[in-house]
Structure formats: structure tokens, C-alpha cells
Design a protein around this ligand. Structure first.
Ligand code: SGN
Ligand code: CA
Length: 519
């Protein structure tokens, strides 16, 4: 028996009689992710804020998901969910603060064990030497926009250039020169942009400066339609953005004192700094002269934020274009699954906010686009609710590998190729990082096609219920409205069932409370 297996393995490895390598059966996987990229800022989603032709191409030639969500809307935990296929309370990475256990099973390890070449390039935000990759070249922590450090296979060095372009360059170099071309590949090409504090690439300093980007209707939300949590957050564009770090003033416009923006530009070389000053100084001076107040000041801050944010995305889109071109030129397009997503969604002024964390739509939802010409019809739109929890089982499914049995997600391969199959009617969410930056309180909840039930807990105990059909922008909590009594009851039952299914409970949650408060 052993001999037969050995013979089969050898036959698989041997070149065919004409000297060619055997035809590769398993598809390549190109998993592209950016950081904090709101679906509102991808033109394929139709919001009209910007133009992302290269990212859009993935949906045009493949599929666009309109209901893709994350299980915990924050960076490192979301990445841990994607890698492990398990909820945060089971993979152990509930917030950005704690460590990640690389020893546990993650999908790249299973791919590697089954003959794939694997690489991780760019931002990962999980400490420690990545496991499961033949090659890694990652940013430490959040990484820097200009002249960043990269850690190549465990060795750190500073490189000159702009982070998004460098990450693309490293991805292309690996594809072209560093991988073993006889094997299928899985490349995690993960951009830092457009993460705060939104420092654009030099060539885009002036983009969008000739027009105003439209505001969301609920920019001036006063949170009167909801409970304590929305009032308590510290992620308001008007209140919480800093003159230096976010608004890019080297000196505070009111006091003239140097701001905390200096560390960011101190990484720039003379030429980069000069270009930055040329582009921004005049506008900053004009702001000081005009001295806008009240709503005008709020609008100015929004424009500075959103323009810089969108500029950063332009470089991400360029990178996607370069990588898709590489696939085309090298005959790899047909046999490569290309996925574009973000680690979560982001507020672009909705409710007056930036950042994420809440289970409200803009941060709970994430962009998801996928192309695989062999199976997915161009222009497909998928409305089923999928989760970042599903990525690991889906990739493994495409590769013909059984998922590890502890993985909790479902493969959406059949759905995306148009097959009818039973699918979930609700998704479960749990956010933990409180007390913490931006002061978003701990909460968990359930979302169905039409409704959302959220429980804020820890030092509060408040429930919110939204009717997404009548109130798509989640402006009015109807938890105590008698008209929703039946809906509320059904949602509570759903939530109990999902918590049971995913092995979450108050007891489990207690393990993740700050130590002095656990009971
Ligand atoms: C940093 C940011 C925050 C952001 C967290 C988490 N501040 O602390 O605004 O919420 O990261 O972001 S910054 O001024 O340092 O940019 S995450 O995407 O990594 O989860
Ligand atoms: Ca993020």
C-alpha cells in the first residue's frame, strides 16, 4: 500500500513525457486586503465618491457581495478570524491589544501542507513571526506610510518609498521571481492604506482638491434616536480629530504650537517633505485666514479627512491594477481566484464619525469582490450574508482541501458560482475593545435580512433594535416600540441560538473582561 502511495506521489511530481510540468489543478489564490477600506469608497458599490477602476474590474469580471460582514470590526481580530475561520473568543484574539497564537491552525498552513507556496506581504498587525508562509515581508504593527520598516522573513530593515507602492512591488517580485512556479500559490497581499492617519502618495497630493466630496445625510446626527454608546464614542470628525495627526497642520492653527504631526513627516526625506509642504501649506494658510466656525468648520474638517482618505485609496487601486496586469501577462488569470476585501468597514462621516468598531452597517459591513473565471460569471451580485469567518473554509474548498473541523465559517463557493443552496439567515457579531481608543462600548448582536439587535454590555446594559428596511441609516432604536414586540422576541431567540452555535456565552465573555472587573 505504502509503495503504491509513494508511486502516485512520484508520478504527480514527475514531468510529463514531453518534459512539461504536470498541469496544475489547484487554483492560485490572490487574497488582496486593504485596511479600513469602506465599501462606500469603491466605485463598484455605486456611491460615486471616487473612482476605483482596477478594484471594480474584479467585480465586473467576477462577483460583488453586497452583504459581506465581519464578526468583530477591528483590525487584528478580524485578521485572526480570517486566518483561523474561528470567532474571536475561540481564536483568542479579541482586541488589538493581546497577542495572537500563531501555533494554532490557520488556512495558509493547510494550503502549505497540501502543496501550495504561500506568502504574506504587507500589513498583518499580528505580532510574532508569521507561521504558515514560505515567504513573509510584513510591516511591524500598523506600519508607516513613508520610508517604512519591513520585516522580511523575520529580519527588519527600513526602506525608502511609499508603503502602498512598496507593498505592491514586493508582491510582484514574489510572484515573478521568488516563488516556486511548479506549485500553486496563495499570496496574501495586504495593504496598510487607507488606515489613519491617511498620508497620501506624493503623486496624489492634489487629487480631489478641486471639488467638494458630498456629505452623508446623517453627518450632523445628535444620537437622540439611540442609547448611551453612540453618545459616549470618541470618533467624531468634529470633536476628536487632531489638528496635527489628522488635519495635517505642523503648527496648531489656533495656538501656533507645534502639533503631534511632526513624527509622521519626520520619516519623510527632504524631497518628500518639501513636496508635502508645497501641496498642503497654502491650503492650511487659507484655512487660518478664513477661520471658519460651526458647521463650516465641521465641513472643512470633513473635506480634509475624506480627500486624504480617498487619495490613499487611489494608490491601493493602482496596485490592484498592476497585479491584475501581471496575472494577465503571465497567463495566470484563468486559474487564479482573486479576492478583494478590507479588514472591516469604516465611517466616512456617517453619524459624524470616522473609525469603525460599532455593529452599525458602515463598519460591520466590508467590501468583498471575487473573480474566478472558471466558476464565476462576470457581473454576478451576491446578496446572501457572508462573513470574514467564511474566507478560510472558502479558500480551502477551492483548493480541494477539507477545512479543520473547528472552523466555524461556511464555504460560499457554491453560492458565488450561482448554485442554489440553503444559506444562513442571520449573522452574529461581538466587539470587545473597551475601555480603549475611541471609547466604543462592548457589544454583541445579530443581524437578519431586515433587522438588527444589539446588546451593549460591561458597565452598561442596553439593547438596540433597528429596522433596516424602514431605517437603513439606523437612526431610530425601536427596541421599546410595541409595534416591534414580536420581532424583538424572534431576534432574541435567534441571538440565543447563534451564541449557542458559535459557543459564545456570558461565561466565555467573562474571560475577556479587564482582569479587575472579571467575575
Ligand atoms: C490606531 C488609530 C485608531 C484606530 C486604531 C485601530 N490611531 O490606534 O484611530 O482605531 O489604530 O485601527 S492612529 O492615530 O494611531 O492611527 S485598526 O485598523 O488597526 O484596528
Ligand atoms: Ca483596520
Amino acid at each position: 500500500m505504502k509503495k503504491i502511495i509513494l508511486l502516485l506521489i512520484l508520478l504527480r511530481l514527475l514531468p510529463n513525457c514531453d518534459g512539461q510540468l504536470p498541469v496544475q489543478k489547484q487554483p492560485n489564490i490572490l487574497f488582496i486586503m486593504s485596511d479600513d477600506h469602506a465599501y462606500q469608497a469603491i466605485s463598484a458599490y455605486g456611491s460615486g465618491l471616487n473612482s476605483t477602476p482596477n478594484i471594480d474590474r474584479i467585480a465586473k469580471e467576477g462577483a460583488l457581495f453586497t452583504r459581506a460582514f465581519v464578526t468583530n470590526s477591528i483590525c487584528a481580530p478580524s485578521r485572526a478570524v480570517m486566518l483561523t475561520g474561528k470567532y474571536s473568543h475561540l481564536n483568542g484574539k479579541v482586541d488589538n491589544v493581546g497577542g495572537f497564537n500563531w501555533d494554532q491552525m490557520i488556512f495558509p498552513k493547510l494550503l502549505q501542507l497540501n502543496g501550495y507556496q504561500t506568502a504574506l506581504i504587507g500589513k498583518i498587525h499580528l505580532d510574532g513571526l508569521p507561521q504558515g508562509f514560505d515567504y513573509s515581508n510584513v510591516l511591524p504593527g500598523q506600519g508607516d506610510y513613508y520610508n517604512p520598516d519591513f520585516i522580511e522573513n523575520g529580519v527588519k530593515k527600513q526602506v525608502h518609498g511609499y508603503v502602498t507602492a512598496l507593498t505592491t512591488q514586493y508582491a510582484l517580485e514574489w510572484l515573478d521571481k521568488k516563488r516556486d512556479k511548479s506549485k500553486p500559490f496563495c499570496l496574501l497581499y495586504h495593504q496598510k492604506a487607507p488606515h489613519r492617519n491617511w498620508l497620501p502618495e506624493e503623486k496624489y497630493f492634489n487629487l480631489f482638491e478641486d471639488r467638494d466630496i458630498p456629505f452623508p445625510d446623517n453627518f450632523f446626527d445628535d444620537y437622540s434616536g439611540r442609547g448611551t454608546a453612540a453618545h459616549a464614542q470618541e470618533m467624531s470628525i468634529v470633536k476628536d480629530m487632531m489638528w496635527g495627526h489628522d488635519m495635517k497642520f505642523e503648527n496648531d492653527p489656533y495656538t501656533g504650537q507645534p502639533t503631534n504631526f511632526m513624527p509622521d513627516i519626520s520619516r519623510m526625506d527632504e524631497q518628500q517633505r518639501k513636496a508635502w509642504r508645497q501641496a498642503y501649506d497654502q491650503k492650511n494658510q487659507a484655512f487660518i485666514k478664513a477661520n471658519p466656525q460651526g458647521k463650516e468648520l465641521a465641513k472643512w474638517k470633513f473635506q480634509r479627512y475624506i480627500r486624504d482618505y480617498l487619495k490613499c485609496i487611489q494608490s491601493v487601486d493602482d496596485g490592484v491594477g498592476e497585479v491584475l496586469d501581471y496575472l494577465d501577462k503571465n497567463g495566470l488569470t484563468e486559474n487564479t481566484i482573486v479576492v478583494y476585501t478590507s479588514d472591516q468597514g469604516f465611517y466616512l462621516g456617517e453619524h459624524g464619525w470616522f473609525d469603525k468598531r460599532f455593529m452599525y452597517e458602515e463598519s460591520f459591513r466590508t467590501p468583498l469582490l471575487i473573480r474566478y473565471p472558471k466558476e464565476i460569471k462576470p457581473g454576478t451580485v451576491i446578496k446572501q450574508m457572508v462573513l470574514n469567518l467564511d474566507y478560510a473554509p472558502t479558500f480551502l474548498n477551492y483548493a480541494g482541501i477539507a477545512p479543520q473541523k473547528e472552523m466555524q465559517g461556511e464555504s460560499f463557493r457554491k453560492i458565488v458560482s450561482g448554485k442554489l443552496m440553503p444559506w444562513r439567515d442571520a449573522v452574529y457579531y461581538h466587539y470587545y475593545e473597551y475601555p480603549g481608543v475611541h471609547a466604543v462600548k462592548r457589544h454583541y448582536g445579530v443581524r437578519t435580512e431586515r433587522y438588527k439587535l444589539i446588546h451593549f454590555y460591561y458597565e452598561i446594559d442596553e439593547w438596540e433594535l433597528y429596522d433596516l428596511q424602514n431605517d437603513p441609516h439606523e437612526m431610530k432604536n425601536v427596541y421599546d416600540d410595541p409595534a416591534y414586540a414580536q420581532v424583538r422576541k424572534a431576534l432574541h431567540q435567534k441571538l440565543v441560538a447563534l451564541r449557542l452555535k458559535y459557543k459564545d456565552s456570558d461565561e466565555v465573555t467573562n474571560n475577556f473582561l479587564p482582569k479587575e472587573n472579571s467575575h
